[in-house]
Design a binder for this molecule. Structure first.
Ligand SMILES: Cc1cc2nc3c(=O)[nH]c(=O)nc-3n(C[C@H](O)[C@H](O)[C@H](O)COP(=O)(O)OP(=O)(O)OC[C@H]3O[C@@H](n4cnc5c(N)ncnc54)[C@H](O)[C@@H]3O)c2cc1C
Length: 451
């Protein structure tokens, strides 16, 4: 198994369900399906408000996207719809090490979006209007200033730069937040798949896990790439498609920058261990699944916007999805127990292209081996923006999903918003842009930036 937040041989999972010492609670106020950064953060903020909350995770905390991502805590080039939440999230990241008493590798080293020529720089500079409207410290850097920030920067004409952007370690963050949630009173149970929910008079009354039933008054589906399947089994449509991104880790090497830099050929982040997390700047792969056809109309604008950067492929994922039932009896094994950790293989061609990108653009790192390479399945929504929303069909059932490759940085902020939504104290204006209903009420679907 690859990916950074995995339990390595000899390690034990501190959150694992045990019939005795980490047993199912009988009842909680709020049950959270999924222990990624969103579910863990929601539990943390619920528990800190005195709400009894529990996270139920089929595999391990941060085992899927939240432990496999690039680790960018980035405001730069986000859609104005999610930027205020991201800025709030950054404020929370800054306080996390103290609040949790743990080092999550958070560091404000800035984000650079590199341009090969003046035309590309002018294109990037268009985002300055958004930055200035939100009083962000984004600016254009070039020449010696760029080289001082990024010693390899002389190869580019200039860059869009946000000094206040941060980075953190995906291998640590979700688990540290889950520990913080537990310390605040939340229950965290891994190897505990949620098969479905129970309702009474149209409202949530309980969840059914593989180990038994838990009574609850609210359920949050923070199931990442599984949210469409989970919600679909309840008759709730969540438009979401999977996109594979391939990532590699370089060992400690020369310090070229302290934050992260993106270009179409290569994306690079300095790690807390002195190494680098790298990826292709543009290429992701959409493995066609039956839902690709069902949701084609809603995703058409996003497909159009990503022509050239999203490759399509059809293969085993299609047939696996075809063979997955849409509903299942709650007293039998569910699809969630059959795949504890979604661990897709990185794409060999993309990894080769990353090597070429390193040799061309970052020769200082080209001799370093890929110590580890892994795949991560991003769950994209039609407008590349999160869904943080109650649903109409079932009272007190909420979704927090569709973070579309941007959910790590925004995770703590989104978790707090989810907690407030469940408690009924969220500012309606803060939730307005994230309604699930936006995909069904005839609103135009305008995709935000993918990177
Ligand atoms: C390769 C890659 C690079 C990325 N880079 C960045 C980046 O640099 N910056 C950024 O901000 N974002 C980035 N992202 C996106 C970010 O990682 C995700 O948006 C974020 O982690 C989503 O968190 P989550 O908690 O919603 O989902 P996940 O982390 O996927 O967690 C969902 C969890 O739900 C569990 N689950 C599902 N169904 C059930 C069930 N029925 N019962 C129990 N448990 C269940 C799963 O096992 C999983 O652990 C990247 C993503 C990838 C894949």
């Amino acid at each position: 198994m690859t990916g950074e937040a995995q339990i390595h041989p000899g390690e034990t999972d501190e959150f694992a369900f045990h019939a005795a010492d980490n047993a199912l609670p009988e009842a909680v106020d709020a049950a959270i399906v999924g222990g990624g950064i969103i579910g863990s953060s929601a539990a943390y903020f619920l528990a800190r408000q005195g709400v009894s909350a529990a996270v139920f995770e089929k595999g391990r905390i941060g085992g899927e996207q939240s432990g496999r991502n690039w680790g960018w805590v980035r405001q730069q080039c986000r859609s104005p719809v999610e930027l205020p939440l991201m800025m709030e999230s950054l404020r929370l990241w800054k306080g996390l090490p103290d609040a949790l008493g743990e080092d999550v590798g958070f560091h404000q080293g800035g984000t650079l979006y590199l341009a090969e020529n003046e035309e590309e720089l002018a294109e990037l500079a268009k985002w300055l209007d958004v930055a200035h409207a939100h009083a962000l410290d984004t600016r254009i850097v070039r020449g010696p200033e760029l080289k001082a920030l990024f010693s390899a920067g002389g190869r580019w004409a200039g860059a869009l730069y946000t000094a206040s952007d941060g980075r953190a370690e995906p291998s640590r963050a979700a688990r540290a937040i889950a520990r913080g949630a537990r310390a605040a009173g939340a229950r965290i149970l891994t190897r505990t798949a949620v098969r479905g929910i129970e309702t009474a008079a149209g409202r949530v009354s309980g969840i059914v896990t593989e180990h038994g039933r838990v009574a609850t008054r609210a359920v949050v589906c923070a199931a990442g790439a599984w949210s469409r399947l989970f919600c679909g089994s309840l008759g709730i449509r969540v438009p979401q498609l999977p996109v594979l991104n391939s990532v590699a880790r370089l060992p400690p090497g020369p310090e070229l920058l302290t934050g992260q830099a993106w270009s179409p050929a290569i994306a690079v982040r300095r790690r807390a261990d002195g190494g680098y997390t790298i990826a292709h700047g543009e290429t992701s792969i959409h493995s066609i699944v039956p839902a690709s056809f069902r949701e084609a109309f809603k995703f058409l604008p996003a497909f159009r916007a990503s022509v050239g950067s999203t490759r399509l492929r059809i293969g085993a994922d299609f047939f696996r999805a075809l063979a997955t039932p849409a509903r299942w009896p709650l007293d039998r094994e569910s699809p969630f127990e059959r795949e504890r950790v979604l661990d897709p293989k990185p794409d060999a061609r993309v990894l080769r292209e990353m090597r070429t990108g390193l040799a061309r653009w970052l020769p200082e790192l080209a001799a370093l081996p890929f110590v580890e390479a892994w795949g991560g399945m991003i769950e994209a929504s039609p407008d590349i923006l999160p869904i943080i929303s109650p649903v109409e069909r079932i009272g007190d059932f909420y979704v927090a999903t569709g973070f579309s490759g941007h959910g790590f940085g925004i995770g703590p902020g989104a978790g707090r918003l989810v907690a407030n939504m469940v408690c009924g104290t969220a500012d309606p204006a803060a939730l307005a842009g994230f309604r699930l209903g936006r995909f069904f009420d005839g609103s135009p679907i305008v995709p935000g930036p993918a990177i």
